[in-house]
Design a binder for this molecule. Structure first.
Ligand SMILES: Cc1cc2nc3c(=O)[nH]c(=O)nc-3n(C[C@H](O)[C@H](O)[C@H](O)COP(=O)(O)OP(=O)(O)OC[C@H]3O[C@@H](n4cnc5c(N)ncnc54)[C@H](O)[C@@H]3O)c2cc1C
Length: 413
């Protein structure tokens, strides 16, 4: 390399993936620069849900207290409807909870901790192109919104620049297991929705749509729908009206929405692609959505970005200290894929799910109204899960197991 790099790591993107990685690398004593084209604090497209495992990652990063201090409710129950059948259970073991922290707060807290750990952060700064020498990425050209351009050199450049990653495009990162976007999604923030007695994540599989309520702060909820491509026209002509009509058709929601009002606009996305990408090459690495993307139906993107930060910080730390690049980074890729693939596949299954039809609906109702049958189903699922899933996936089955209501140990005999 002709010029001594001024940073160990240059991270492109300063939200869930970039800010968490920056904190971890700075805590190792590395010289870290994070550049983001956005101004902070700011919101980004998200329905914000974080399950108990993702909340655990916030705790490990030391940021959970600051997020709770901003007033986000501990979501202690999860409630799922399949048409008119309802299942409810705790959000996890005693003491566990999920959260829906607004990104304007979450991302700012993550960045604040990265800076306190010693990382440098430059906002309103776009990474415009990469610097290469002998086929190796050695840095990037940064451009501020004020028009100032400069070259920055680093031992490694990390693309944490989200689902439209330019870094991935520039380095030609190879995609695998890719599945194109399947379901459009819409969401909006509401104030004044009548709450459940305990903060509860609610979702409805009804017909071909899925609706969600994510409790945020007191009196503030995010409501979302995943619909089907054929519904897109109905939403496109007047998405606020289409959205409102669908919310009110959900069981009990017309009543609970009586005093609710919309904050801002209904936000829509035509669909989110699904892929894994090779997350490293000469002088570069990818993390967060830039390296691994999936439909938000399972609400895993933020938590997965945090998990990847831990894995990548460990791998890069070993490499900075002298380990072989290829061996370390291929082990990182393997670990990421093994950990994430089961829920990636489950996410695709949920996205593909269509209306179950009247025969199955009738069967489901018959099961749900019979406590004996329902218990058998619940216990069969609990018994089956460990053999159906790898240990890593089993740890992540909060998504399934939380829908089983708690049954005292004594009642099982
Ligand atoms: C509609 C929707 C709903 C979602 N709901 C949930 C949910 O409920 N729960 C959940 O866990 N996940 C959800 N997700 C997914 C989640 O938002 C992402 O997985 C998560 O934001 C990924 O974090 P990231 O840091 O990788 O990328 P991002 O959050 O996208 O951050 C990337 C950053 O890179 C910056 N950047 C990009 N290019 C450049 C450049 N050239 N130079 C400088 N900066 C650049 C951007 O400004 C941005 O700040 C949802 C996604 C969508 C679209």
């Amino acid at each position: 390399m002709s010029t001594h790099p001024e940073y160990d790591a240059l991270i492109v993107g300063g939200r869930a993936a970039g800010a968490s990685l920056a904190q971890l690398l700075a805590k190792q004593g590395r010289r870290v620069l994070v550049a983001d084209r956005d101004e902070f604090p700011s919101d980004t497209m998200s329905t914000h849900f974080m399950n108990m495992i993702a909340v655990g990652a916030l705790k490990r990063l030391g940021v959970l207290d600051d997020i709770l201090a901003a007033g986000f409710r501990r979501i202690t129950r999860h409630r799922a409807w399949i048409d008119d059948c309802c299942f409810e259970g705790p959000a996890g073991p005693p003491g566990a909870f999920s959260l829906a922290p607004r990104r304007i707060v979450l991302d700012a807290v993550l960045l604040d901790h990265a800076v306190k750990a010693g990382a440098r952060f430059e906002q309103r700064t776009r990474v415009d192109s990469l610097l290469r020498e002998d086929g190796q990425v050695v840095g990037a050209v940064l451009q501020t919104t004020g028009g100032e351009r400069r070259e920055v050199r680093a031992r490694v450049l990390i693309g944490a620049d989200g689902k439209s990653s330019k870094v991935a495009e520039w380095v030609g990162a190879q995609e695998y297991d890719a599945v194109p976007a399947m379901r459009p999604g819409y969401y909006a923030y509401f104030h004044g929705v009548e709450p459940r007695p305990e903060p509860t994540l609610e979702f409805w599989f009804g017909g071909d749509q899925i609706g969600f309520v994510f409790p945020m702060r007191e009196g503030e909820d995010c409501i979302a729908f995943e619909i089907q491509p054929e519904d897109f026209d109905e939403f496109r002509s007047d998405h606020a009206a289409a959205f409102d009509a669908r919310v009110r058709r959900l069981p009990d929601m017309a009543r609970r929405m009586q005093n609710a009002h919309l904050e801002g606009k209904v936000i829509g996305v035509k669909g989110i692609d699904n892929y894994f990408r090779k997350p490293y090459g000469p002088g570069w690495a990818l993390t967060g959505d830039a390296g691994y993307l999936k439909d938000p139906i399972t609400g895993l993107g933020i938590g997965d970005a945090l998990e990847q930060a831990f894995m990548l910080a460990e791998a890069l730390g070993a490499w900075f200290d002298g380990a072989d690049w290829e061996a370390t980074m291929s082990a990182f890729q393997q670990k990421r894929d093994q950990t994430m693939k089961p829920m990636y596949d489950a996410t695709l299954d949920y996205v593909r799910m269509r209306d179950i039809g009247p025969a199955e609906q009738a069967l489901l109702r018959a099961v749900v109204i019979s406590p004996t049958l329902m218990r058998s189903v619940a216990y069969a699922m609990v018994a089956q899960l460990p053999s159906l899933l790898s240990p890593a996936a089993y740890g992540r089955t909060a998504f399934v197991s939380r829908f089983l209501w708690p049954v005292p140990e004594a009642a099982k005999t």
